[in-house]
Design a protein around this ligand. Structure first.
Ligand SMILES: Nc1ncnc2c1ncn2[C@@H]1O[C@H](COP(=O)(O)OP(=O)(O)OP(=O)(O)O)[C@@H](O)[C@H]1O
Length: 394
């Protein structure tokens, strides 16, 4: 029946109907971005695929709705619609301009101050991106105090095959850390050139394979490692972790200006240890009376007084605004997050049932969106640079 009334519907009609449907983050039409694939028109049916720029896209649901609504409103008559949502991470990874072949995005996670949870956030970002289906590596560039092996519970020794070093694989991530190469209690004493050599080796000699994202845990502060990294390869961008405390914010500000001086785009700030969720704690660990009190209350609908702002409130969000840097979200202080880290099971903090999961995934989605925005910006700049220059003759 449908086939008879609309025999002439073509792929062009479908693409035209989608004109004006934008990726809200990238601000451009899905069609122009090449995200609409596999348009198939059958007897009364239209099927297509929306190929997003990251599987962790926070606007996936909205984009799917916008596509459906546009097709329903603009295609003549009634069609049975199938919209498949897939993702293919964009980025570089070609050998040109110093990239590491096969690695699409390299993201450095830094902090001004030590102990603010930088490694915990770097591992969470890696596990979070992986949980959406991306292929992810985690490189521990905190050569003086490598904590990634401990957080993810890996302590194997990397094998070398010829010149190539095989990364350690644990919990679905490819890993490399100074911690795999040292005796546990040995201190690292290294000067600039040696450090430069190690970082270079970790980047170039490790067989990372194909990765959508390589997350790098930097040492705290504004020392040699970020400088070396920025000189060695074009980073997609950096994330700065801080707590709401004034000293941490001050140091985070320094870290942001360091990245800016190094021409590394700042993808955003994470406020870790933003508050302590008393209600969540009572539900999880309280005695029978306290648990009864906490039962039945909505985890996310707290009036405010059940959140203890131990290090101050909202400082990072405000600082991010002042410095014109995206705010990626807040992560509360949580006993389970600390315990899973200590037990070498950080991936559990990202799994269903973990009180930290919604906050961590929120941060990961915002970061993934910023990475896509950054890549789109670079692609636009490159396209502009390729345009022939108009000569003004007079
Ligand atoms: N949101 C959180 N809730 C509870 N504990 C946390 C949280 N974030 C981090 N921690 C804990 O705080 C400690 C320090 O975290 P982490 O090692 O990630 O910090 P860091 O900034 O990388 O430190 P360093 O300066 O040594 O590199 C760890 O024991 C970790 O488990």
């Amino acid at each position: 029946m449908f086939g008879k009334t609309k025999p002439t519907l073509s792929e062009r009609d479908v693409l035209d109907a989608l004109k004006g449907v934008k990726d809200p983050d990238l601000g451009r039409d899905l069609v122009d971005l090449g995200m609409i694939k596999d348009v198939r028109i059958g007897d009364g049916t239209v099927a297509l695929t929306v190929n997003l720029t990251t599987p962790a896209c926070p606007l996936k649901g909205q984009i799917e709705r916008d596509v459906r609504n546009a097709l329903q409103a603009r295609l003549p008559g009634e069609w049975n619609l199938t919209v498949n949502m897939t993702a293919e991470v964009r980025g570089k990874g070609s050998a040109e301009s110093g990239d590491i072949p096969g690695i699409k995005n390299v993201i450095a996670v830094g902090s001004g101050k030590g102990g603010v949870g930088k490694s915990t956030m770097a591992a969470s970002i890696a596990f979070g991106l992986k949980s959406y289906g991306a292929s992810v590596g985690l490189m521990d560039a905190d050569v003086y105090g490598p904590s990634i092996p401990h957080l993810v519970g890996a302590n194997a020794r990397p094998q070398a095959i010829g010149e190539r070093i095989q990364p350690i694989e644990a919990a679905g991530l490819k890993l490399m850390s100074m911690g795999f190469l040292l005796e546990p209690e040995r201190a690292v004493i290294m000067r600039g050139p040696m450090l430069h050599g190690i970082i270079n080796q970790f980047l170039r000699q490790v067989d990372w394979g194909s990765l959508d994202y390589l997350v790098i845990d930097l040492p705290p502060g504004t020392g040699d490692v970020p400088l070396t990294l920025a000189q060695t390869l074009p980073l997609t961008g950096a994330v700065v972790v801080c707590t709401p405390q004034e000293v941490a914010l001050l140091d985070a500000t320094r870290a942001i200006s360091m990245f800016r001086q190094l021409r590394v785009p700042v993808l955003g700030m994470i406020e870790n240890m933003a508050f302590f969720d008393v209600l969540a704690y009572l539900k999880d660990r309280g005695g029978p009376e306290a648990r009864k009190l906490a039962e039945g209350r909505n985890f996310f609908d707290l009036p405010g007084d059940e959140r203890a702002y131990l290090f101050g409130r909202g400082g990072a969000r405000q600082r991010a605004r002042e410095m014109d840097v995206p705010f990626l979200g807040e992560v509360p202080l949580n006993l389970y997050l600390r315990e899973t880290g200590d037990a070498g099971k950080m991936d559990s903090a990202l799994q269903p049932g973990s009180p930290s999961r919604p906050y961590l995934l929120g941060v990961v989605e915002q970061l993934a969106a910023q990475i896509s925005i950054q890549n789109e910006r670079k692609a636009q700049e490159a396209a502009k640079a390729r345009l022939p220059k108009l000569e003004i003759l007079n």
